[in-house]
Design a binder for this molecule. Structure first.
Ligand code: ATP
Length: 355
């Protein structure tokens, strides 16, 4: 078991800064997802932890060791990549046992270790097959098995499910959660898929443009996004964000945007009159009641729920989630209510802080 620490880690590729002073402490046994859009620096972070890339400055520690100058093989980590390369001429059992052989684990110990992994990953019926006789999902499980068999201090996973179809991905998500629970090992998981991060991780490190934007449990990232980037990145459909301003009113502040005057939740001490953005989750707008009015411009049916886009005030788009049983028509005018206790207010700008 080992804690992982990034201490002010920078990574530059020539004049380009891929990682801008990362500070991150991953607890021993924790499952952490590094989540962010393409190019945010998550793979670079993982590759530095693996020893495949050297930091430009700063320290990386695994357990008690500063690993900056340690070769990948000395770090006691195992890595699973998106593109897994199994040895085609070896059976599943031989593929899983390969890391044991390479590390000189006595051959007599291999069968028991392989059997344990095969049981955990439901690969028992396939141990004698060659990789080409397996489906993509089964091959991915073998790749996972090969990483698990050594029992390293830390597992590094780089989008390991992205080559699988949606149904299998769901199944493997559940298996990974279970694996983490039974093994209790530190896991660092890179993904651009928020559903994977939200469902599997104990904490999510959300990155953008080489900067850590928030590091918190999934529920907190959703309910208390640290800034406007996190607010708009997390949640499907996304949060409605309205640009406007905070104005002083009798006894406090209110939010105004062209054609709209909206109530506010309790804000932090940083909140002052001036430009601000107002964020509303799609489940926090209620249709058919309330003082506001909106006109339906789009209805998207997903089966169990409908996503309704309305226009309110002077051209503001509102995205609302309703149960699949509630039918609305394009062009319909409706009263609506925003649950103002649950809205989010940010400073302006793409990364404006939560107010
Ligand atoms: P993706 O999801 O697309 O893999 P990512 O968040 O993992 O994205 P990184 O691979 O960490 O992003 O890359 C971060 C930035 O650093 C990108 O802009 C990328 O182009 C750049 N970069 C990565 N590796 C190199 C390299 N070897 N040389 C130059 N630039 C690089």
């Amino acid at each position: 078991m080992a804690k992982v620490v990034f201490d002010n880690v920078r990574k530059e590729f020539g004049a380009y800064t891929a990682l801008n002073g990362l500070n991150l402490t991953i607890n021993s046994g924790e499952f952490v997802a590094l989540l962010g859009p393409s190019g945010c620096g998550k793979t670079t972070t993982l590759r530095m932890l693996a020893g495949l890339e050297a930091p430009s400055s700063g320290d990386i520690r695994i357990g008690e060791n500063r690993v900056n100058d340690m070769a990948p093989g000395e770090r006691d980590i195992a890595m699973v990549f998106q593109s897994y390369a199994l040895y085609p001429h070896m059976t599943v059992a031989e593929n899983i046992a390969y890391p044991l052989k390479k590390r000189g684990v006595p051959k007599a110990e291999h069968p028991a270790k392989v059997a344990r992994i095969a049981e955990m990953l439901h690969l028992e019926p396939m141990l004698k097959r060659k990789p080409r006789q397996l489906s993509g999902g089964q091959q991915q499980r073998v790749a996972l098995g090969r990483a698990l068999v050594r029992d390293p201090k830390v597992f590094l996973l780089d989008e390991p499910l992205s080559n699988l179809d949606a149904k299998l991905r769901g199944h493997m998500r559940a298996e990974l959660i279970e694996l983490h629970r039974t093994l209790g090992r530190t896991m660092v998981y890179v993904t651009h898929d928020q559903l994977e991060a939200m469902t599997m991780a104990n904490r999510i490190a959300i990155m953008e443009g080489g900067n850590l934007q928030q590091f918190a449990p999934p529920a907190e990232v959703y309910a208390k996004p640290a800034n406007r980037f996190v607010a708009s990145f997390i949640g499907t459909p996304g949060m409605t964000l309205i640009d406007g301003e905070l104005v002083s009113e009798a006894g406090g502040l209110a939010f105004r945007a062209p054609g709209l005057s909206l109530g506010l939740p309790a804000l932090t001490d940083k909140a002052r009159p001036g430009a601000a953005a107002y964020g509303i989750r799609p489940e926090d707008i209620h249709l058919g009641e309330g003082d506001l009015r909106g006109r339906v411009i789009l209805v998207e049916q997903t089966g169990h729920e409908n996503i309704i886009t309305l226009i309110a005030g002077e051209g503001h788009h509102l995205i609302v989630r309703v149960p699949g049983t509630e039918i609305y028509r394009v062009g319909e005018e409706l009263p609506l209510r925003i649950d103002t206790r649950r809205v989010h207010v940010f400073e302006t700008g793409p990364n404006g802080a939560r107010l």
